[in-house]
Design a protein around this ligand. Sequence first.
Ligand code: SF4
Length: 593
Amino acid sequence: MSLNLPALLARHHGDPSRLVQILRDVTAAEGYISPERITEVARALGVPRGRVEGVVGFYAFFSSEPRGRFRVLFSDNITDEMAGSQALRQRLLDAFHLMPGEVSRDGLLSIGTTSCTGLCDQGPAMLVNDRAIGRLTPARVGAISSLIRGGVPVDQWPDNLFVIHSHVEKRERLLSTALVPGEAIQAAIARGAAETIAEISRSGLRGRGGAGFATGAKWAACAAAPGPTRYIVCNADEGEPGTFKDRVLFSDHADLIIEGMTVAGFAVGATKGLIYLRAEYPFLVEPLLAVLEARRRAGLLGQDVGGRSGFSFDVELHIGAGAYVCGEESALLESLEGKRGIPRNRPPFPVTHGYLEQPTVVNNVETLVAAAFVARQGAEFLRAVGTPKSPGTKILSVSGDVARPGIYEYAFGVSVRQVLEDAGATDPQAVQVGGPSGTLLAASEFSRRIAFEDVPSAGAFMVFGGTRDLLAVVDNFTRFFAHESCGFCTPCRVGTTLNANMMHRIASGQGSRRDLKDLAKVSQVMKATSHCGLGATAGSPVVDALAKFRPAFARRLKSLEVLPTFDLDEALAPAREATAREDAGAHLGEELP
Ligand code: SF4
């Protein structure tokens, strides 16, 4: 596709705050963002070239160097690895005689990895030119290999490759209650803005993104903040590995999400909503735009929303570019403004200084859905179930060693054991609740409950069966954090890499007792001194595993006395790969033939 840059920029009104969206479009047209394009975009937007270059370098889905015409990224989430993603990736690499990250000489193909693609219930998964494919098998990878070799454009590949299932296995009130579009808005209008916020407060609704902040208090603070314009931001950047409930909410209940945003807009006096959708979910874009358009036609977005004179509210869609840290609300706002997603200093908080420095509510997708129901049915909709401190329900994304992975909605207070039984986990040894930054639970803790006052969760529920190597799991998590650290502050930038290196040594049997001590120490320093939640929680899987599965670590140490941190034979592996040698003579300690 040839690129008409002036036309592209005009589509974005030459607005620098749309820089991420502009660079996404350049990437879609040309596959990468050349240094010349960086200069042209900077000039046209009237911003320093360094700013554009910084944004290109920050996001995983941007590149300033050419990549293959087919850009394949395998998810390296732990559940995809458990389902065999590494062997499938190697199969494709072998088929094209490529190394990871390398571009084939004819420019046809590059193969790499990416963090969780949100298809943990139907992995292994991959992205091809940003389109998601799940349920990979050797046969499907073989078919994909043939399509690539034949140069068939991705939009002409068979539709069945791109089918994404919702897998809703259990519904409580959020997923089983119908709501006619506009009903919640009418109820909010009838109640009035202040009383709508009061009703949300009475319901006890707390943010479902993990932190659990009181939604009513957040809305009230935004409504009271001075400023000419207010914004509602829907945080749909669910990048926590193991979480995919927002994907299903968007695919099956997008109307409810927009309804919740509009109710929030009415309550706080906002005129504009922004959805920040993660880049890994491009298949949701067209249906979502159709829902927005239908609501405009129905008078549920735009001017005089719901027939209420003077109430203007519309919603704009922004798409991320592959950065886990943008799930943090202030980093997300930076990204929405077309910048690198570096978390801001807080205070001030987004409710007073959010998008474009204006009062902004940032809510999780599930929070907005719950808010829509509270607006229509009152506080009792949530208060009727759950616990006093955690009213309502929680949607869990269940994956890993279970018979029925998928979406499960429970009243808060459900035990971990109950979820395991429902999902068909036959021999669970551990569960990671809330993703790598959450809590690792041993079997002795399965009576604990999913609730803010016990085990909080943004939604991920990854199950590890009795035969799984938990050290490999923690190794995967530490690699994830090292990859996703934005590099802004030293404790996290250095600490996540140190932890990943030490954990990898231990998991591969090359670690020492010293590594165990240092892992704990580094995790503690990161928790105490990191700038944002990513660094503060990056050590959690290590700390939890050391506390609950220490014998597994001790058994894996090569020696408790020596410090064997360098394995020469392993270090020579790339040389063996390059020379296609895997025979005994190519290994140290083996006799030459
Ligand atoms: Fe970036 Fe990590 Fe620092 Fe957060 S803690 S600002 S992710 S380097």
